[in-house]
Design a protein around this ligand. Structure first.
Ligand code: ATP
Ligand code: MG
Length: 614
């Protein structure tokens, strides 16, 4: 100690400096490294008390005898070269047990007059820091192990240079590269990123600290030697150290190329269909399940004379003809319940001319898992067609009306002629006059049909309704028909059943069905007529054994001018109006009409009417 005191530094002040220094300080003097000075910190670090002061080091800390410290001390003592130890492991006995400790320390020679006389020790216990670092390394390792097995492609880019510190297998596969990219800078490992925004975005995160999240971003990558386009949803997140400094960026990515491509395909085909829809002369539209328009082509906007936005808000009920609206609602509701396609003709007000225009609308539901998802429909302007039909009906109406008067006279003259010829004994010519009368009757009935149709179409058919007994009417009508046919009409009548309807019109229906049954069974000898009566309705059936008709034609026969076309039918004369008129009369009388038929075997035409109790 004496040797050490130079420059008038007092021993006292030196001891104070030593004891108050924030680091562990000690002085080991002589070849046996006697502890001459040891401040509180170094005693703590050694885990010893003040009593060791004055003892040689290895006596004071016998546990370090076989550790590296004595050798280092000797080396410094002999060579005079200071030693700087960093995170050196030492096993130190504290309170009777050995502890694993780490030290940073400096051994520096102390020179006396005769050369090196001792060694000064400055040390810090860095055990906690070393252990913390170890734990950190372990957890980082575990974290990387986790990322390694993650399903997401993951990479960590360190520093602003973006050195690929880590990339899991998924990410390397995504890049189309191998393990050799680890340790390289991102822009060198993936030169194709040049000209794409990602490197700049990453570098920017070091400045802003704001993470970047991408949804389905396009990334072009060199895969198998070709630059290919992929789509990724990914995130760049800054990783910060204890001081809050960003030291790296973690990239987690998911390949969504397939998803994006298939959606694009769907969009393409959708747009193709939309082009197609735009090119069509009809109004083409789709609605949601509850009937709100979600697509329509420009024809609708033209008709309504408004913009796409306005169409969405448009109240369609306002422009549908009041007479058609109830029926339209009914048909749509029915179609929604049965999940079937519907067709309807109705009138829409054309804003440009302020006139109603006839449209034919056909809508088909799109059904998924038994639920209607939407409706796809077309509306065709059939106004011109409707006008032509009207003109035709008007013409037919006038023509048949005009024909009726001369026919009535003709009939009268034929009858008079027949009577006169008979009187004069000219039976042969009287027979001709009779035939003439019969043909006139036929012609009158044809004209009657035409007139009826024009009346029905104009909504002008008038029903003269009364109460009458149904079975009685059937009996009378059958008897009348029996007189003019070679077929025998078998009659099975269930008595009773009063209906409220137009007696003549119902008789017309019965006549129609019976004459069809006869007409379309030329080879058969008989037809069967049956009636049934329950509390609520009466039913009429006429069964024939004739040509029958194919299943798919069954419902069509009730349409206007419809005639089953086949080899056989062409031989039967007719206008195709009888069943149409019959079905209209039955409809208006709140009844039902239908047919069962087997091609080549025969048909059974039936209708029922509600019966009333009096
Ligand atoms: P008209 O207007 O003179 O009655 P039509 O008999 O041809 O002519 P409808 O009575 O309306 O017209 O019948 C329509 C079509 O239905 C007929 O053309 C025929 O093809 C078919 N049809 C009607 N009744 C029968 C039946 N009993 N058997 C087979 N086919 C029938
Ligand atoms: Mg007929």
């Amino acid at each position: 100690m004496k040797n050490f005191l130079k420059n008038n530094v007092s021993l006292e002040s030196l001891t104070t400096i030593f004891s108050q220094a924030p680091v562990a300080l000690g002085m080991l003097m002589g070849e046996d490294f006697t502890i001459e000075v040891a401040n509180r910190q170094i005693l703590e670090l050694w885990g010893k008390g003040e009593d060791i002061i004055g003892l040689p080091l290895l006596e004071a800390l016998p546990e370090i005898r076989d550790q590296e410290f004595p050798n280092i001390l000797r080396e410094v003592y002999q060579t005079g070269t200071p030693f700087n130890g960093s995170k050196v492991l030492g096993m130190i006995e504290k309170n009777g047990t050995l502890h694993k400790c780490y030290f940073n320390f400096i051994y520096a020679p102390i020179y006396g007059d005769t050369g090196i006389t001792g060694i000064s020790v400055v040390a810090t216990d860095v055990t906690q820091q070393v252990e913390y670092e170890k734990k950190l390394r372990e957890s980082e390792l575990r974290f990387k192990e986790l990322l390694e097995i993650s399903d997401y492609a993951t990479a960590i880019y360190r520093g602003e240079e973006l050195v690929i510190e880590f990339a899991n297998e998924q990410m390397i596969k995504t890049w189309g590269k191998d393990q050799s990219v680890i340790g390289k800078k991102l822009d060198e490992a993936l030169p194709e990123l040049q000209g794409q925004p990602f490197i700049d975005i990453l570098k920017n995160i070091f400045i802003t600290g704001i993470p970047y999240i991408a949804q389905e971003d396009r990334v072009d990558l060199f895969i198998d030697g070709i630059l290919q386009t992929y789509y990724y949803s990914f995130s760049y997140k800054p990783l910060r150290d204890d001081d809050g400094e960003i030291y790296a960026i973690m990239n987690v990515a998911m390949d969504v190329t397939e998803l994006v491509n298939s959606r694009k395909k769907a969009q393409n085909s959708e747009s193709e269909y939309k082009h197609l829809a735009e090119a069509m002369p009809q109004i083409v539209w789709t609605t949601t399940a509850d009937g709100k328009f979600d697509y329509y082509n420009k024809n609708l906007m033209n008709l309504l004379n408004c913009t796409e936005e306005e169409v969405r808000e448009f109240n369609f009920e306002k422009i549908i003809h009041p007479e058609d609206i109830i029926n339209l609602r009914k048909i749509w509701t029915e179609a929604a319940e049965t999940q079937k396609t519907f067709t309807m003709e109705y009138r829409i007000l054309d804003y440009r001319t302020d006139e109603y225009i006839w449209f034919l609308t056909r809508a088909t539901p799109v059904i998924e898992d038994g639920v209607i998802m939407k409706w796809i429909g077309t509306s065709t302007n059939i106004n011109e067609f409707k006008n032509l039909v009207n003109q035709k009906d008007t013409f037919l109406g006038i023509a048949s009306h005009e024909l009726k008067t001369p026919l009535t006279s003709l009939k009268l003259y034929a009858q008079v002629l027949e009577r006169m010829l008979k009187k004069s004994g000219d039976d042969k010519n009287a027979e001709f006059a009779k035939k003439m009368d019969q043909q006139v009757i036929k012609l009158t009935s044809l004209i009657g049909d035409l007139l009826d149709v024009t009346k029905i179409n104009a909504g002008k058919i008038h029903l003269n309704q009364n109460h009458f007994e149904f079975s009685q009417l059937v009996k009378e009508t059958v008897e009348e028909q029996q007189m003019s046919t070679a077929h025998s009409i078998e009659l099975n009548i269930e008595k009773g059943g009063t209906v409220f309807a137009d007696r003549d019109r119902i008789s017309q229906v019965i006549t129609n069905l019976i004459s069809n049954a006869i007409k379309y069974s030329p080879e058969a000898g008989k037809i069967i007529v049956e009636t049934k009566s329950t509390d609520s309705e009466v039913t009429f059936m006429v069964k024939d054994f004739g040509i029958g008709m194919p299943e798919e034609k069954k419902d069509k026969v009730f349409e206007q001018y419809y005639r089953v076309s086949g080899d056989e039918e062409s031989t039967f004369p007719g206008l195709g109006l009888g069943l149409y008129i019959a079905s209209q009369i039955i409809d208006r009388s709140e009844g039902k009409i239908w047919v069962d038929s087997v091609l080549g075997k025969g048909s059974t035409f039936c209708f029922s009417l509600p019966s009333v109790q009096i």
